[in-house]
Design a protein around this ligand. Structure first.
Ligand code: UDX
Length: 382
Protein backbone atom coordinates (compact mmCIF):
# COMPACT_ATOMS: atom_id res chain seq x y z
CA UNK A 1 0.00 0.00 0.00
CA UNK A 2 1.27 3.49 -0.77
CA UNK A 3 3.49 2.65 -3.71
CA UNK A 4 2.84 3.23 -7.40
CA UNK A 5 3.38 0.08 -9.47
CA UNK A 6 3.80 1.92 -12.80
CA UNK A 7 6.22 4.55 -14.14
CA UNK A 8 4.23 7.81 -14.21
CA UNK A 9 5.78 11.23 -13.58
CA UNK A 10 4.54 12.89 -10.39
CA UNK A 11 2.07 10.17 -9.44
CA UNK A 12 3.98 8.84 -6.43
CA UNK A 13 4.14 12.36 -4.89
CA UNK A 14 0.41 12.90 -5.44
CA UNK A 15 -0.39 9.56 -3.91
CA UNK A 16 1.75 10.31 -0.89
CA UNK A 17 0.14 13.71 -0.42
CA UNK A 18 -3.36 12.28 -0.77
CA UNK A 19 -2.77 9.45 1.66
CA UNK A 20 -0.97 11.77 4.12
CA UNK A 21 -3.76 14.35 4.18
CA UNK A 22 -6.50 11.74 4.35
CA UNK A 23 -7.99 12.99 1.06
CA UNK A 24 -7.31 9.63 -0.55
CA UNK A 25 -8.12 6.16 0.67
CA UNK A 26 -8.47 2.76 -0.93
CA UNK A 27 -10.92 -0.03 -0.30
CA UNK A 28 -12.17 -3.15 -2.01
CA UNK A 29 -15.54 -2.76 -0.31
CA UNK A 30 -18.05 -1.30 -2.77
CA UNK A 31 -20.46 -0.03 -0.13
CA UNK A 32 -17.75 1.78 1.87
CA UNK A 33 -16.43 3.34 -1.29
CA UNK A 34 -19.65 4.84 -2.57
CA UNK A 35 -22.42 5.19 -0.01
CA UNK A 36 -21.64 8.76 0.97
CA UNK A 37 -20.14 10.00 -2.31
CA UNK A 38 -21.67 12.82 -4.38
CA UNK A 39 -19.67 11.70 -7.43
CA UNK A 40 -18.52 8.21 -8.30
CA UNK A 41 -15.94 8.05 -11.09
CA UNK A 42 -15.81 4.80 -13.04
CA UNK A 43 -12.26 4.36 -14.34
CA UNK A 44 -12.22 0.68 -15.21
CA UNK A 45 -10.59 -0.94 -18.23
CA UNK A 46 -12.56 -1.62 -21.39
CA UNK A 47 -10.37 -4.26 -23.03
CA UNK A 48 -10.53 -5.20 -26.67
CA UNK A 49 -13.12 -7.89 -27.27
CA UNK A 50 -13.81 -10.06 -30.31
CA UNK A 51 -13.41 -8.35 -33.75
CA UNK A 52 -11.84 -5.30 -32.14
CA UNK A 53 -15.10 -4.43 -30.38
CA UNK A 54 -14.74 -2.87 -26.94
CA UNK A 55 -15.61 -5.21 -24.07
CA UNK A 56 -17.66 -3.36 -21.47
CA UNK A 57 -18.43 -6.29 -19.19
CA UNK A 58 -16.20 -4.91 -16.38
CA UNK A 59 -17.98 -1.56 -16.29
CA UNK A 60 -21.37 -3.27 -16.34
CA UNK A 61 -20.38 -5.54 -13.46
CA UNK A 62 -19.07 -2.62 -11.39
CA UNK A 63 -22.27 -0.65 -12.03
CA UNK A 64 -24.40 -3.62 -10.97
CA UNK A 65 -22.33 -4.01 -7.79
CA UNK A 66 -22.37 -0.37 -6.69
CA UNK A 67 -25.97 0.41 -7.71
CA UNK A 68 -27.64 -0.62 -4.44
CA UNK A 69 -25.10 1.30 -2.32
CA UNK A 70 -25.28 4.70 -3.99
CA UNK A 71 -26.49 7.72 -2.05
CA UNK A 72 -29.67 9.38 -3.34
CA UNK A 73 -28.92 11.92 -6.13
CA UNK A 74 -25.36 10.71 -6.58
CA UNK A 75 -23.77 11.25 -9.98
CA UNK A 76 -21.93 8.34 -11.59
CA UNK A 77 -19.24 9.70 -13.88
CA UNK A 78 -17.96 7.42 -16.59
CA UNK A 79 -14.28 8.03 -17.40
CA UNK A 80 -13.73 4.73 -19.18
CA UNK A 81 -13.59 4.72 -22.98
CA UNK A 82 -16.83 3.03 -23.94
CA UNK A 83 -18.75 2.52 -27.17
CA UNK A 84 -21.38 5.05 -28.06
CA UNK A 85 -24.53 4.31 -26.10
CA UNK A 86 -22.79 2.84 -23.06
CA UNK A 87 -23.89 5.61 -20.70
CA UNK A 88 -27.40 4.20 -20.99
CA UNK A 89 -26.12 0.66 -20.43
CA UNK A 90 -24.50 1.85 -17.17
CA UNK A 91 -27.79 3.52 -16.17
CA UNK A 92 -29.63 0.25 -16.63
CA UNK A 93 -26.95 -1.75 -14.77
CA UNK A 94 -27.13 0.64 -11.79
CA UNK A 95 -30.89 0.16 -11.57
CA UNK A 96 -31.38 3.50 -9.82
CA UNK A 97 -33.95 6.04 -11.01
CA UNK A 98 -32.60 8.75 -8.69
CA UNK A 99 -28.97 8.52 -9.84
CA UNK A 100 -27.65 10.26 -12.97
CA UNK A 101 -24.93 8.86 -15.21
CA UNK A 102 -22.67 11.33 -16.98
CA UNK A 103 -20.01 10.66 -19.60
CA UNK A 104 -16.72 12.48 -18.95
CA UNK A 105 -13.97 11.01 -21.17
CA UNK A 106 -10.32 11.41 -20.21
CA UNK A 107 -7.57 12.47 -22.61
CA UNK A 108 -4.53 11.70 -20.44
CA UNK A 109 -1.31 10.54 -22.02
CA UNK A 110 0.80 7.96 -20.24
CA UNK A 111 3.98 9.49 -18.92
CA UNK A 112 2.38 12.94 -18.52
CA UNK A 113 -0.96 11.92 -17.07
CA UNK A 114 -0.65 14.05 -13.92
CA UNK A 115 0.30 17.13 -15.93
CA UNK A 116 -2.50 16.46 -18.44
CA UNK A 117 -5.01 16.01 -15.63
CA UNK A 118 -4.08 19.25 -13.89
CA UNK A 119 -3.79 21.26 -17.12
CA UNK A 120 -6.40 19.82 -19.47
CA UNK A 121 -7.03 21.25 -22.96
CA UNK A 122 -10.74 20.71 -22.46
CA UNK A 123 -13.29 19.02 -20.25
CA UNK A 124 -15.99 17.11 -22.10
CA UNK A 125 -19.22 16.34 -20.27
CA UNK A 126 -21.97 14.27 -21.85
CA UNK A 127 -25.21 14.38 -19.89
CA UNK A 128 -28.92 14.10 -20.54
CA UNK A 129 -29.58 16.01 -17.34
CA UNK A 130 -28.48 19.66 -17.34
CA UNK A 131 -28.29 19.98 -13.54
CA UNK A 132 -25.89 17.02 -13.36
CA UNK A 133 -23.70 18.55 -16.07
CA UNK A 134 -23.52 21.79 -14.10
CA UNK A 135 -22.70 19.96 -10.86
CA UNK A 136 -19.90 18.02 -12.54
CA UNK A 137 -18.44 21.02 -14.38
CA UNK A 138 -18.17 22.85 -11.01
CA UNK A 139 -15.69 20.16 -9.92
CA UNK A 140 -13.34 21.21 -12.70
CA UNK A 141 -13.77 24.97 -12.32
CA UNK A 142 -10.36 25.56 -10.73
CA UNK A 143 -8.54 24.01 -13.69
CA UNK A 144 -9.64 26.87 -15.93
CA UNK A 145 -10.13 24.66 -19.00
CA UNK A 146 -12.91 25.10 -21.57
CA UNK A 147 -15.88 22.88 -20.72
CA UNK A 148 -17.96 21.36 -23.47
CA UNK A 149 -21.34 20.14 -22.32
CA UNK A 150 -23.11 17.86 -24.73
CA UNK A 151 -25.15 14.66 -24.85
CA UNK A 152 -23.60 11.30 -23.82
CA UNK A 153 -23.35 9.83 -27.34
CA UNK A 154 -21.49 12.93 -28.57
CA UNK A 155 -19.09 12.89 -25.59
CA UNK A 156 -18.32 9.21 -26.17
CA UNK A 157 -17.71 9.90 -29.87
CA UNK A 158 -15.39 12.83 -29.09
CA UNK A 159 -13.07 10.49 -27.21
CA UNK A 160 -12.84 7.94 -30.01
CA UNK A 161 -12.64 10.55 -32.75
CA UNK A 162 -9.81 12.37 -30.94
CA UNK A 163 -7.66 9.26 -30.61
CA UNK A 164 -8.49 8.11 -34.14
CA UNK A 165 -7.59 11.53 -35.54
CA UNK A 166 -4.21 11.50 -33.78
CA UNK A 167 -3.55 7.98 -35.06
CA UNK A 168 -4.48 9.21 -38.54
CA UNK A 169 -2.02 12.08 -38.23
CA UNK A 170 0.73 9.63 -37.26
CA UNK A 171 -0.01 7.20 -40.08
CA UNK A 172 -0.04 10.18 -42.42
CA UNK A 173 3.40 11.40 -41.36
CA UNK A 174 4.75 7.82 -41.47
CA UNK A 175 3.43 7.53 -45.03
CA UNK A 176 5.01 10.90 -45.90
CA UNK A 177 8.26 9.58 -44.40
CA UNK A 178 8.12 6.59 -46.74
CA UNK A 179 7.58 8.98 -49.64
CA UNK A 180 10.49 11.16 -48.48
CA UNK A 181 12.81 8.18 -48.66
CA UNK A 182 12.00 7.52 -52.31
CA UNK A 183 11.97 11.15 -53.49
CA UNK A 184 15.03 12.18 -51.50
CA UNK A 185 13.33 14.58 -49.06
CA UNK A 186 13.84 14.92 -45.31
CA UNK A 187 10.66 14.23 -43.32
CA UNK A 188 11.93 16.19 -40.30
CA UNK A 189 12.00 19.36 -42.39
CA UNK A 190 8.74 18.47 -44.10
CA UNK A 191 7.04 18.09 -40.71
CA UNK A 192 8.55 21.35 -39.51
CA UNK A 193 7.34 23.16 -42.60
CA UNK A 194 3.86 21.67 -42.32
CA UNK A 195 3.59 22.31 -38.58
CA UNK A 196 4.01 26.08 -38.86
CA UNK A 197 0.54 26.14 -40.38
CA UNK A 198 -1.73 26.28 -37.32
CA UNK A 199 -4.37 24.33 -39.23
CA UNK A 200 -1.92 21.41 -39.39
CA UNK A 201 -0.18 21.95 -36.04
CA UNK A 202 3.30 20.74 -35.18
CA UNK A 203 2.46 18.08 -32.60
CA UNK A 204 2.08 14.41 -33.48
CA UNK A 205 4.15 14.77 -36.61
CA UNK A 206 7.16 12.70 -35.53
CA UNK A 207 7.52 9.62 -37.70
CA UNK A 208 8.39 6.45 -35.85
CA UNK A 209 8.14 2.67 -35.81
CA UNK A 210 4.33 2.90 -35.87
CA UNK A 211 1.91 3.91 -33.15
CA UNK A 212 1.01 1.61 -30.29
CA UNK A 213 0.12 1.55 -26.61
CA UNK A 214 -2.93 0.60 -24.65
CA UNK A 215 -5.21 3.18 -26.29
CA UNK A 216 -4.68 3.94 -29.98
CA UNK A 217 -4.78 0.39 -31.40
CA UNK A 218 -7.74 -0.59 -29.20
CA UNK A 219 -9.71 2.62 -29.73
CA UNK A 220 -9.15 2.79 -33.47
CA UNK A 221 -10.26 -0.84 -33.84
CA UNK A 222 -13.28 -0.13 -31.64
CA UNK A 223 -14.29 2.91 -33.69
CA UNK A 224 -14.07 0.91 -36.91
CA UNK A 225 -16.32 -1.68 -35.21
CA UNK A 226 -18.76 0.94 -33.89
CA UNK A 227 -19.05 2.41 -37.40
CA UNK A 228 -19.46 -1.02 -38.97
CA UNK A 229 -22.20 -1.99 -36.49
CA UNK A 230 -23.99 1.24 -37.35
CA UNK A 231 -23.75 0.54 -41.08
CA UNK A 232 -20.88 2.92 -41.95
CA UNK A 233 -17.68 1.63 -43.56
CA UNK A 234 -14.90 3.76 -42.01
CA UNK A 235 -12.50 2.99 -44.88
CA UNK A 236 -10.22 5.92 -43.98
CA UNK A 237 -9.49 4.45 -40.54
CA UNK A 238 -8.93 1.00 -41.98
CA UNK A 239 -6.25 2.59 -44.17
CA UNK A 240 -4.72 4.22 -41.10
CA UNK A 241 -4.37 0.78 -39.47
CA UNK A 242 -2.93 -0.74 -42.65
CA UNK A 243 -0.30 2.00 -42.91
CA UNK A 244 0.62 1.39 -39.27
CA UNK A 245 1.09 -2.35 -39.75
CA UNK A 246 3.17 -1.53 -42.82
CA UNK A 247 5.35 0.74 -40.71
CA UNK A 248 6.45 -2.14 -38.43
CA UNK A 249 7.26 -4.09 -41.56
CA UNK A 250 9.26 -1.20 -43.01
CA UNK A 251 11.47 -1.12 -39.90
CA UNK A 252 11.99 -4.87 -40.15
CA UNK A 253 12.87 -4.59 -43.87
CA UNK A 254 15.40 -1.84 -43.13
CA UNK A 255 16.97 -4.00 -40.43
CA UNK A 256 17.20 -6.97 -42.74
CA UNK A 257 18.79 -4.85 -45.46
CA UNK A 258 21.34 -3.23 -43.15
CA UNK A 259 22.14 -6.60 -41.58
CA UNK A 260 23.28 -7.80 -45.01
CA UNK A 261 20.06 -9.49 -46.13
CA UNK A 262 19.99 -12.25 -43.53
CA UNK A 263 19.28 -12.34 -39.81
CA UNK A 264 18.68 -16.07 -39.38
CA UNK A 265 20.81 -17.27 -36.49
CA UNK A 266 22.19 -13.73 -35.95
CA UNK A 267 21.85 -11.41 -33.00
CA UNK A 268 19.96 -8.12 -33.36
CA UNK A 269 19.92 -5.46 -30.62
CA UNK A 270 16.71 -3.65 -29.72
CA UNK A 271 16.93 -0.42 -27.75
CA UNK A 272 13.55 0.45 -26.29
CA UNK A 273 10.76 -1.99 -25.57
CA UNK A 274 8.03 0.32 -24.27
CA UNK A 275 5.52 1.81 -26.71
CA UNK A 276 7.01 5.26 -26.09
CA UNK A 277 9.46 6.86 -23.66
CA UNK A 278 8.70 7.87 -20.03
CA UNK A 279 6.54 4.85 -19.35
CA UNK A 280 7.10 1.18 -18.52
CA UNK A 281 4.07 0.14 -20.54
CA UNK A 282 4.77 -2.46 -23.20
CA UNK A 283 1.17 -3.13 -24.20
CA UNK A 284 0.82 -3.14 -28.00
CA UNK A 285 4.33 -1.76 -28.28
CA UNK A 286 5.64 -1.40 -31.84
CA UNK A 287 9.05 -2.49 -30.47
CA UNK A 288 7.65 -5.88 -29.50
CA UNK A 289 5.90 -6.28 -32.83
CA UNK A 290 9.17 -5.54 -34.63
CA UNK A 291 11.01 -7.99 -32.36
CA UNK A 292 8.40 -10.65 -33.04
CA UNK A 293 8.78 -10.25 -36.80
CA UNK A 294 12.59 -10.32 -36.56
CA UNK A 295 12.38 -13.51 -34.52
CA UNK A 296 10.13 -15.00 -37.19
CA UNK A 297 12.99 -14.35 -39.59
CA UNK A 298 15.24 -16.37 -37.31
CA UNK A 299 17.00 -13.54 -35.43
CA UNK A 300 17.95 -13.67 -31.77
CA UNK A 301 16.72 -10.33 -30.40
CA UNK A 302 18.52 -8.86 -27.40
CA UNK A 303 16.64 -5.96 -25.83
CA UNK A 304 17.46 -3.13 -23.46
CA UNK A 305 14.99 -0.64 -21.99
CA UNK A 306 15.53 1.54 -18.91
CA UNK A 307 12.14 0.57 -17.46
CA UNK A 308 11.77 -3.03 -18.59
CA UNK A 309 13.52 -5.73 -16.61
CA UNK A 310 13.26 -9.46 -16.53
CA UNK A 311 12.62 -11.87 -19.35
CA UNK A 312 9.96 -11.24 -21.96
CA UNK A 313 8.41 -13.92 -24.09
CA UNK A 314 11.11 -14.96 -26.58
CA UNK A 315 13.27 -11.91 -25.90
CA UNK A 316 16.55 -11.72 -24.07
CA UNK A 317 16.43 -8.54 -21.93
CA UNK A 318 19.74 -7.17 -20.67
CA UNK A 319 20.54 -4.55 -18.05
CA UNK A 320 22.52 -2.05 -20.12
CA UNK A 321 22.43 -0.78 -23.69
CA UNK A 322 26.00 -1.82 -24.51
CA UNK A 323 25.43 -5.42 -23.42
CA UNK A 324 22.59 -5.61 -25.95
CA UNK A 325 25.00 -4.79 -28.81
CA UNK A 326 27.52 -7.59 -28.36
CA UNK A 327 28.03 -9.44 -31.67
CA UNK A 328 24.88 -8.06 -33.28
CA UNK A 329 24.42 -7.55 -37.00
CA UNK A 330 22.16 -4.53 -36.44
CA UNK A 331 20.82 -2.26 -33.73
CA UNK A 332 17.19 -1.11 -33.87
CA UNK A 333 16.20 1.95 -31.83
CA UNK A 334 12.47 1.57 -31.23
CA UNK A 335 11.72 3.91 -28.31
CA UNK A 336 12.77 7.55 -28.00
CA UNK A 337 14.49 7.30 -24.59
CA UNK A 338 16.67 10.39 -24.32
CA UNK A 339 19.58 8.45 -22.81
CA UNK A 340 20.11 6.67 -26.15
CA UNK A 341 21.34 9.93 -27.68
CA UNK A 342 24.23 10.26 -25.25
CA UNK A 343 25.81 6.84 -25.38
CA UNK A 344 29.37 6.15 -26.53
CA UNK A 345 28.83 5.06 -30.13
CA UNK A 346 32.52 4.22 -30.61
CA UNK A 347 32.04 1.66 -27.88
CA UNK A 348 28.73 0.51 -29.40
CA UNK A 349 30.33 0.07 -32.83
CA UNK A 350 33.25 -1.83 -31.32
CA UNK A 351 30.88 -4.38 -29.80
CA UNK A 352 28.82 -4.99 -32.94
CA UNK A 353 29.54 -7.59 -35.62
CA UNK A 354 28.24 -5.08 -38.20
CA UNK A 355 28.03 -1.36 -37.56
CA UNK A 356 24.40 -1.04 -38.67
CA UNK A 357 21.79 1.13 -36.97
CA UNK A 358 18.08 1.45 -37.77
CA UNK A 359 16.97 4.52 -35.86
CA UNK A 360 13.17 4.21 -35.94
CA UNK A 361 12.79 7.38 -33.82
CA UNK A 362 15.27 9.64 -35.68
CA UNK A 363 17.07 10.18 -32.38
CA UNK A 364 20.63 10.33 -33.67
CA UNK A 365 22.49 12.58 -36.09
CA UNK A 366 22.72 10.64 -39.37
CA UNK A 367 25.84 12.48 -40.56
CA UNK A 368 27.69 11.90 -37.27
CA UNK A 369 26.72 8.23 -37.29
CA UNK A 370 27.89 7.76 -40.86
CA UNK A 371 31.15 9.59 -40.12
CA UNK A 372 31.65 7.15 -37.25
CA UNK A 373 31.50 4.30 -39.75
CA UNK A 374 27.93 3.12 -39.21
CA UNK A 375 25.49 2.27 -41.95
CA UNK A 376 22.59 4.25 -40.60
CA UNK A 377 18.94 4.58 -41.56
CA UNK A 378 16.35 6.70 -39.88
CA UNK A 379 12.72 7.08 -40.89
CA UNK A 380 12.06 9.41 -43.82
CA UNK A 381 15.67 10.59 -44.02
CA UNK A 382 18.07 9.87 -46.86
C1 UDX B 1 -3.05 8.51 -26.16
C2 UDX B 1 -3.66 9.91 -26.33
O1 UDX B 1 -2.61 10.84 -26.68
C3 UDX B 1 -4.37 10.34 -25.06
O2 UDX B 1 -4.99 11.62 -25.26
C4 UDX B 1 -5.43 9.30 -24.70
O3 UDX B 1 -6.07 9.62 -23.50
C5 UDX B 1 -4.77 7.93 -24.58
O4 UDX B 1 -4.08 7.60 -25.78
P1 UDX B 1 -0.90 7.48 -24.98
O5 UDX B 1 -1.42 6.13 -25.31
O6 UDX B 1 -0.29 7.71 -23.64
O7 UDX B 1 -2.04 8.58 -25.16
O8 UDX B 1 0.23 7.76 -26.07
P2 UDX B 1 0.63 8.98 -27.06
O9 UDX B 1 1.59 9.87 -26.41
O10 UDX B 1 -0.56 9.60 -27.66
O11 UDX B 1 1.40 8.14 -28.17
C6 UDX B 1 0.75 7.10 -28.89
C7 UDX B 1 1.69 6.44 -29.86
O12 UDX B 1 2.05 7.34 -30.90
C8 UDX B 1 3.01 5.99 -29.24
O13 UDX B 1 3.37 4.73 -29.78
C9 UDX B 1 3.98 7.06 -29.66
O14 UDX B 1 5.33 6.65 -29.73
C10 UDX B 1 3.46 7.42 -31.03
N1 UDX B 1 3.82 8.79 -31.48
C11 UDX B 1 3.32 9.88 -30.84
C12 UDX B 1 4.65 8.94 -32.59
O15 UDX B 1 5.09 7.95 -33.19
N2 UDX B 1 4.95 10.21 -33.02
C13 UDX B 1 4.45 11.33 -32.41
O16 UDX B 1 4.76 12.47 -32.88
C14 UDX B 1 3.63 11.16 -31.28
Amino acid sequence: MGSVPIVEDGLAELLKQGLGSGALAFSTDNAWGVDSADFIFLCVPTPQGPNGRSNISIIERVATEIGPHLAPDAIVVNKSTVPVGSTHIVERALGREDVQVVSNPEFLREGSAVQDFLHPDRIVIGADDEASAIRLSALYLRLGAPVLVTDPATAETIKYASNAFLATKLSFINAVAALCEVVGADVRQVALGMGYDPRVGSSFLKPGPGWGGSCFPKDVAALIGIAEDAGYDFALLKGVVTVNAGQYERVVAKTLRLAGGEVRGKRVALWGVTFKARTDDIRDSPALEIARRLRELGAVVVAYDPTVHGPLDGLEVVGDPYAACVDVVALVIATEWDEFRWLDFEKVGGLMERRAVVDARNLLDPAAMRRAGFTYEGIGIV
